[in-house]
Design a protein around this ligand. Structure first.
Ligand SMILES: C[S@@+](CC[C@H](N)C(=O)[O-])C[C@H]1O[C@@H](n2cnc3c(N)ncnc32)[C@H](O)[C@@H]1O
Length: 275
């Protein structure tokens, strides 16, 4: 079923009025794709869907999870993680304490990848890792650190690419994961659980942490779903909560545009706040 902008507006207005979730500044193109899929899945029209959520506002949380995209993987885009290892960690290593925020962390793969990298560089002890998302179910999975072997083992080639880039350094994934292929389980080892602090946070509607709080913020593959105004607004909020000479890392296809980009120095995929 083809969906038009005014249909999208009607649905997101209803979601906003009933729950406060604010999708007005998401890209309508990607919203249209998601909503078309949802209508096919629920086998209903847009009017039916609106009727259903009006009658049962509890459905909204489910709908929001289906509107947002949770795709993630360990060490996604290994080239970016190698840049973090080579350009970011050496600078952060000199700081007394390192505070990192993963915004839009989905099931936690990105935050656990950071934990692994910090641990390999003996920086974990002095680091605080905060990871947030608006999807409470994804955060539950992230906290438990229980993943699916048959899907996530696919990404262990990313792990190897990042972890074993030096000839004298061989890190086996079993140092961090317990795997049971027959049960399709890939668990984070208990000693690495409860280190990352997972919280529900909506980058569009919730307050941001105080000024100059973080040494590194990663917000990858989330801004791509926003229109340009909202992207700029969120980037400005990240800018304010970053310390000077600290880092912002976006997704592979995302960038800081407009005047705020003058406050960052970019090298490879890494943005450094310089003023
Ligand atoms: C495609 S995933 C990216 C996960 C991870 N950062 C990565 O790159 O692999 C996007 C995540 O952003 C979350 N998200 C969408 N809108 C959000 C918002 N307004 N505030 C916080 N998280 C949001 C989704 O729930 C989803 O988990």
């Amino acid at each position: 079923m083809e969906i038009h902008n005014n249909d999208i507006e009607r649905l997101i207005r209803e979601i906003y009025d009933l729950s406060g979730y604010n999708f007005f500044d998401y890209s309508f193109k990607s919203l249209a794709r998601r909503i078309e899929k949802i209508l096919a899945l629920y086998e209903c029209s847009l009017d039916n869907l609106i009727e259903r959520i009006k009658k049962n506002p509890l459905l909204i949380d489910q709908l929001v999870k289906e509107i947002t995209v949770n795709t993630t993987e360990f060490f996604r885009d290994p080239v970016v993680w190698l840049e973090i290892e080579q350009k970011v960690l050496p600078e952060l290593a000199n700081r007394e304490h390192i505070k990192i925020w993963h915004a839009g962390c989905s099931y936690g793969h990105e935050a656990y990848s950071m934990l692994i990298l910090l641990n390999e560089h003996q920086l974990l002890q002095k680091s605080t890792i905060i990871a947030t998302d608006l999807n409470a179910d994804a955060l539950q999975v992230a906290k438990k650190g229980t993943f699916r072997f048959h899907i996530d083992m696919e990404y262990m080639k990313n792990f190897e690419q990042v972890m074993n880039c030096y000839p004298n350094k061989q890190v086996q994934y079993t140092k961090y994961f317990e795997a049971d292929a027959s049960k399709n389980i890939l668990n984070i080892r208990p000693e690495f659980l409860n280190i990352i602090k997972f919280y529900k946070h909506d980058v569009v509607t919730d307050n941001y942490p105080p000024m100059e709080e973080f040494d590194l913020i990663m917000c990858r593959n989330l801004l791509i779903y926003f229109n340009m105004d909202l992207q700029n607004k969120v980037i400005y909020s990240f800018y304010k909560t970053l310390k000077i000479n600290s880092f912002l890392i976006l997704g592979y296809y995302e960038a800081i545009l407009g005047s705020i980009s003058n406050n960052f120095y970019k090298t490879g995929h890494i943005y450094k706040k310089v003023k």
